[in-house]
Structure formats: structure tokens, C-alpha cells
Design a binder for this molecule. Structure first.
Ligand SMILES: Cc1cc2nc3c(=O)[nH]c(=O)nc-3n(C[C@H](O)[C@H](O)[C@H](O)COP(=O)(O)O)c2cc1C
Length: 381
């Protein structure tokens, strides 16, 4: 199958991956209302076409938190990506480095921080809040030692939302013989994945946190570990001790409300990601793109405002920038591409996003992304 768009990588991933892993990427929480909103609300935004303005030179570069993004896109943290392709996080990190954009490593990745950093450019590191603060300090020290430049501190998962698809697929909650048989059949019926990931992609542990996830027999058991070990008592004060251990920039990931954005500024964050976890947490909340303008307006001059959720093309990237994001992050788009065929497919998908962004810039008359603003949007209707 030839791939033209993110939806094609999705289809390829659907064919190549065992059902439990495809559904894990593709799904959202509960009725998936917010997941759908993230995409639909971006689709509903109209770009404003402008013509006859010399567009022979385009500048897509963005400087942010001391880094140069060759285009205003980063790879968002995606847990267990190493189950989609052999040593998947390493492959994604390489593709991102080649494209000159950041890769943010999930704290529940298959490849540990050190393995990903050793493969080239140290990734941004994403951290969840765990009850065991001592272990969190250890993880932060490891990320620092590995050279990770930025910490993404995820605040929208003090407890996991329920994902119906994961229950139906057997990803969560299935155990015993029927669960094992179900998983085995899922693998056997996807031989390319079996050879790539099951045989050659070991070890299948949660690399960076494996030493504390001692009671999980399968990598997929980690959701129950999250439910037991993630910490609901977390407050903005926790950023104080994080800062004692982490002296680099901190980006708070998972802000949807202007008041929370102001709190993130007061807590000393250098950036935030407007995000609802890709519609995987509190279903029914607003889309990221609809939350973005007010947050960017309120705190955009105090810290870096990024967004994620529903970005499926380069045109979407420009819309997010027009509404105030410095850059956006993609989750499913790269996870599908990885599942479709590893690093090479992520590289191609990123090249597609870049080409689409170029067309959007040319036809809105935006030669330099530093100038992207609301005037790129057609709000007449
Ligand atoms: C399969 C999957 C796993 C994810 N795992 C994590 C994670 O480990 N940590 C985190 O902060 N966000 C995680 N997210 C959320 C993403 O970082 C991001 O917020 C979301 O995917 C953006 O929406 P999009 O998929 O529509 O681009 C995950 C998302 C997906 C789809």
C-alpha cells in the first residue's frame, strides 16, 4: 500500500500490528468524545487563502527552549512504542533527530533512557508522578546523566481513565489462560510483527521503570501498575522538589484550563503543552485546539506554549501556530508510522508533514513561521 497521509499509516499499522497494540494506539477513553473533538475541531478551522506574495523562500525553523526545531513539530511521548516496532523508541529518536525535531521519551517506554540517548541525540524525557518520590529522583538523575535537555512533566494522569477498547481487546484486565491464548493468537496472526518485535525486539520490559514494575508478568500489565503507583496527591508544590533535582527546562504537559496555565507560570515552568492526553483521559473535556487561544493569550509571553491532540497533517500544524502555539506535538501520527514500518516510515511521514506545511505556508502567504498569527485564519464564516 502506498502512503500519502497519516490515515494511510494508520491503515498500515492496523494491518501489521496485533489487535491489542493497534487498539491501544488508536483508542481514547470512554466514548472517545474528546478524541473525536480533537480532530474535528481542527478540521473545522478554515485557513485564509492569500495569493501573489513572493513565497520563494520559506522559513519553518522555530527556536524554543534553547533548541532549534527544523519544523514546529515534536514527537510526543507514547508509552510502549517499543511494542510497535523493534526497539521502537530508538527508531523514533533517530527519525526525529534526522528531521531536526525533538523526540520526547515516555517514562513507560520499552527502551530505557540510556539506550535511546546512546543511539544519538538525547531525547526530552517525560515523567509521570509516582508515589515513590525516591525513584522519581533516581529517574530524573538518570535522564540528566543521559543528557536529556528538557523534562516534560505530565500532570493529566494522576489516575488512568478507562479505555474501553483496551478492555475489549484484552490489553487490560485479561489474565489467565484465555488472556494468554488470546494474546498468542493475536501474535501468530501477525507474523511480520512476531519476527520484528516478539523475536528480535527483546527485552519487552518498561525499560526505564522496569526495576520498580516487579509484579507485572507482561509488559501490558503496566496499566494496573499505573493505577496503583501514580499519585493523586500531586500539587504544583511538587515542582519545587523536581527542580531541586532537575535544573533544566520543565514543560508541564496536560494543561487545558487558563487558570492551570497561570499556575504553571507561578510554579516556574518554562513551557506547557495544551493537551488532553490525546483524548485518553477525561472524556468529554474540550479539544486541545479550542483551549489553545485563551491559554496562549494569557501566558504566551511568560512561557513556551505548545499543543498536542488531533494533529494529522502539516495544514493542522499551521492552524495550531496561527492560534498561538510555538510548536505542536504529534502522538498517534508517529505511533502509526512506527507500527507501519519503523524509522523509515516515521521519516516519510515527517517529510509529508513538512511538505504539507510548506503548501499551507505558501497559500496563506506566511513565509516565516515566526509571523504566524490569527490573520492566517478565515473567520468570516
Ligand atoms: C498510544 C499512546 C500512548 C501514550 N503514552 C503517553 C505517555 O506515556 N506519556 C504521556 O505524557 N503521554 C502519552 N500519550 C499522550 C501523547 O503524548 C499526546 O498527548 C497525544 O497522543 C496527542 O494526541 P494525538 O495522538 O492526537 O496526536 C500517549 C498517547 C498515545 C496515543
Amino acid at each position: 500500500m502506498r502512503t500519502a497521509s497519516v490515515s494511510d499509516y494508520r491503515e498500515l499499522a492496523r494491518r501489521r500490528l496485533p489487535n491489542i497494540f493497534f487498539e491501544y494506539i488508536d483508542g481514547g477513553s470512554y466514548a472517545e468524545t474528546t478524541l473525536a473533538r480533537n480532530v474535528a475541531d481542527i478540521e473545522a478551522i478554515a485557513l485564509r487563502q492569500r495569493v501573489m506574495r513572493d513565497m520563494s523562500r520559506l522559513d519553518m525553523r522555530v527556536e524554543s527552549l534553547g533548541q532549534t526545531f527544523e519544523m514546529p513539530v515534536g514527537l510526543a511521548p507514547v508509552g510502549m512504542a517499543g511494542m510497535n516496532a523493534r526497539r521502537g523508541e530508538v527508531q523514533a529518536a533517530r527519525a526525529a533527530a534526522a528531521a531536526g525535531i525533538p523526540f520526547c521519551l515516555s517514562s513507560v517506554s520499552v527502551c530505557p533512557i540510556e539506550e535511546v540517548a546512546a543511539a544519538g541525540t538525547p531525547p526530552w524525557f517525560q515523567l509521570y508522578v509516582l508515589k515513590d518520590r525516591g525513584f522519581m529522583r533516581e529517574l530524573l538523575a538518570r535522564a540528566k546523566a543521559a543528557g536529556c535537555p528538557v523534562l516534560a512533566f505530565t500532570v493529566d494522569l494522576p489516575t488512568p481513565g478507562s479505555r474501553y477498547r483496551d478492555i475489549r481487546s484484552g490489553f487490560t484486565g485479561s489474565s489467565g489462560l484465555s488472556g494468554a491464548l488470546n494474546t498468542a493468537w493475536d501474535g501468530i496472526t501477525h507474523p511480520a510483527w512476531m519476527w520484528d518485535v516478539w523475536v528480535r525486539g527483546r527485552p519487552h520490559t518498561l525499560g526505564s521503570v522496569a526495576s520498580v514494575v516487579t509484579d507485572s508478568r507482561r509488559v501490558t500489565d503496566y496499566l494496573s501498575w499505573i493505577a496503583r503507583n501514580f499519585d493523586r496527591s500531586v500539587t504544583w508544590k511538587d515542582l519545587d522538589w523536581v527542580r531541586e533535582v532537575w535544573d533544566g527546562p520543565i514543560v508541564v504537559k496536560g494543561v487545558l484550563d487558563v487558570e492551570d496555565a497561570r499556575d504553571a507560570v507561578r510554579a516556574g515552568a518554562q513551557g506547557l503543552i495544551v493537551s488532553n492526553h490525546g483524548g485518553r483521559q477525561l472524556d468529554g473535556v474540550r479539544s486541545s485546539i479550542s483551549a489553545l487561544p485563551a491559554i496562549a493569550q494569557a501566558v504566551g509571553s511568560d512561557l513556551e506554549v505548545y499543543m498536542d491532540g488531533g494533529i494529522r497533517s502539516g495544514l493542522d500544524v499551521l492552524k495550531a501556530l496561527a492560534l498561538g502555539a510555538r510548536a505542536c506535538f504529534i502522538g498517534r501520527a508517529w505511533a502509526y508510522a512506527l507500527g507501519a514500518g519503523g524509522e523509515a516510515k516515521i521519516a516519510r511521514m515527517l517529510a509529508t508533514l513538512r511538505a504539507e506545511l510548506a503548501v499551507a505556508m505558501i497559500l496563506t502567504g506566511c513565509a516565516n513561521l515566526r509571523d504566524a498569527g490569527a490573520e492566517l485564519l478565515d473567520r468570516a464564516d
